[in-house]
Design a binder for this molecule. Sequence first.
Ligand SMILES: [Zn+2]
Length: 349
Amino acid sequence: MMRIREAAPARAPAGPERSPDGIERRGGAGRRPGAVSCGPVRAPLDLAALAARLPPRPRTRFAPAPTGALHLGHVVNAIYVWGLARALGGEVVLRVEDHDRQRCRPAFERGLLDDLDWLGFEPDHYPTHAFRAGACEGRQQDREGVYREAVGRLVADGLIYGCTCTRKQIEEAGGTDTTELRYPGTCRAAGHPLDEGVGWRLRLDDRLVRFEDGRLGAQAQAPAAQCGDVLVRDRLGNWTYQFAVAVDDMAQDVALVVRGMDLLPSTGRQILMAELLGRHVPAVFVHHPLVMKSPSAKLSKSDGDTGVTDLRQQGWTPAAVIGAAAARVGLLSAPRALAARDVSTLFSA
Ligand SMILES: [Zn+2]
């Protein structure tokens, strides 16, 4: 069996605690505040088993949101995305997830395209110059018609309803469970028209969604109990992340979704939404460790010391940045220069 080459810790590695359900619980006891840790417990990744579940030349995607600058967390994601794609003989789609018009900025998009080029990660579909040239199918704000068409099918199936609830109202109705905001279904039978100014929600049944994470193994999630009926369009007219991603992954033939552990709890609802949208074979998901600023805080876009642009200005080379990122999550036992074209060596036998 081919296994991912990772530093093999003799004892349980330092990092956030993980519960048996595979969902990271941050804030483990006894950790020094501000210390840099390497993310959650590392699981082996069986490349042959992953390949057996995927079509030939499987497509995956790198999908940053232009709400800030690229940082080491994005570089880790790029290492996993390109590394697995190349090791599997697959292809990478570049997608700019700018569905949130209030938070996204064209300047951030330009920055992330420049940083990606500088690092040397080359997408197979929607190259960076295609985004710079203007409207591009890889950019969510240029896909309004695709989302309209997709939501139209759900509306025709009677699965979408209008919701006038504010976040505060949902919080107040949701009780004391603070792990996630759960929508209690207040407007399910209210008959609000699907106008501008109201949220659009997708009716979810209460089934348990089972899936096999490519790194973490068997998972089971109950989206209706976790989050309730999912918002597909917010009151400002933005398509939501959950909806846009489910539509795009299906429309762009993405067979393998490679993303950080922080998104693991939302995988069941993505699989369920894709099925309701008409996807017959669900994507295979691989959730990878996060670069943590501290045991209780994941790296954010405001952590300038780990921004790719900042490191670049400090004189780092692309290979040094990639090697440092790989070491932060245990893909290398220590930082060393690693070029973007060589990241598949981390995943090959
Ligand atoms: Zn409501």
